[in-house]
Design a protein around this ligand. Structure first.
Ligand code: TMP
Ligand code: ASP
Length: 237
C-alpha cells in the first residue's frame, strides 16, 4: 500500500490517500482539543492508544454484526480504512447523565437512565456542532430516512456490545459519540474512531474518569488514564 497525499488534517487525525481510490490511511496525532477547538494541548501517546483501541473495538463490533470502515492496522499510529463520505452527524448515545446532558437538563452527573438516549449534532465547526433532531437532519438532507434508521440501529448495537465489553473490563460506558459514512455502494458503515477521546469511561468501582474529561476539566493524570483504560482493554479482549 502506497501512502499518497494528505487529504485532510483534523483536530486529532490526518487522512492520506493511497494508490487504491477506495482506501485511505488515517494517522492519529497526540493533539487534543476541547470546547470546539478553544482549548489545545497534547496528550503524550494518545495517538497510539486511540489508534489501537479504536481498531480493536471496530474489529470486535464487526464480528458482532456492525459494519465498519476498518481494514488493517498499518503501524502504531496509522490504519488503513475504507473511503467513506461522512454523514455530517455526530451520533451520541448516553447510558448515564454527564457532560452537556447534565448541564443542559439540570441533572447531576451519574444518574443511570432506565434506557439509553440517542441524540444528533450537526457536524459543523463554524456552528459549534449544534444539537438537531431527525426532522432537521431530513430537512437539511444530511441523510435519508432509511440511512437514519440504519444509523440508529447500529448505534444501539454498538452500545449493547460495548457496554458489555467495557463492563467485563471493570469500566462503565457512560456515553459516546459515533460517526457514520457511506461507502461507494451507498451502504452505511461505522467510521471515525472509538476511543477515550470520544467515549466517557468511568472505573466501575471508584467512578474515576478514564477519558478525555481529565483533559477537558484539567483533572490531571490524563496520560495515565488513557494508558490504564488501554491496558484494561488488552487484558480483556
Ligand atoms: P457531551 O456530553 O459533551 O455532549 O459529550 C457526549 C459524548 O460525546 C462524550 O462521550 C464525549 C463525546 N464527544 C466527542 O466525541 N466529540 C465532541 O466534540 C463532543 C462535544 C463530545
Ligand atoms: N473534540 C472537540 C473539540 O475540539 C470537543 C471535545 O471533545 O470536547 O473541540
Amino acid at each position: 500500500m502506497i501512502k499518497g497525499d494528505q487529504l485532510y488534517e483534523g483536530k486529532a487525525k490526518k487522512v492520506f490517500t493511497t494508490d487504491d481510490p477506495e482506501l485511505l490511511i488515517v494517522s492519529y496525532k497526540d493533539d487534543a482539543t476541547a470546547f470546539n477547538g478553544l482549548k489545545h494541548g497534547t496528550i503524550a501517546g494518545k495517538g497510539v492508544i486511540n489508534n489501537k483501541m479504536s481498531n480493536s473495538l471496530m474489529r470486535y463490533l464487526e464480528a458482532r454484526g456492525v459494519p465498519t470502515h476498518f481494514v488493517e492496522e498499518l503501524n502504531d499510529r496509522e490504519t488503513l480504512v475504507k473511503k467513506v463520505e461522512i454523514v455530517p452527524l455526530e451520533v451520541i448515545i448516553r447510558n448515564i447523565s454527564a457532560g452537556s446532558f447534565a448541564k443542559n437538563y439540570g441533572v447531576e452527573e451519574g444518574r443511570v437512565f432506565a434506557s439509553p438516549t440517542i441524540e444528533f449534532s450537526y457536524k459543523n465547526d463554524d456552528l459549534g456542532d449544534p444539537l438537531i433532531n431527525e426532522y432537521h437532519a431530513l430537512a437539511l438532507e444530511l441523510a435519508t430516512p432509511e440511512e437514519l434508521e440504519t444509523i440508529r440501529k447500529y448505534a444501539f448495537m454498538v452500545n449493547d456490545e460495548l457496554k458489555k465489553f467495557w463492563s467485563s473490563c471493570g469500566v462503565t460506558l457512560v456515553d459516546f459519540k459515533l460517526e457514520f459514512g457511506r461507502l461507494a455502494d451507498g451502504s452505511i458503515v461505522l467510521a471515525d474512531e472509538i476511543s477515550p477521546d470520544t467515549c466517557r469511561l468511568w472505573d466501575s468501582e471508584t467512578g474515576k474518569k478514564l477519558d478525555k474529561d481529565r483533559f477537558r476539566r484539567d483533572l490531571g493524570g490524563v496520560e495515565d488514564a488513557y494508558q490504564e483504560v488501554m491496558q484494561r482493554l488488552e487484558e480483556n479482549l
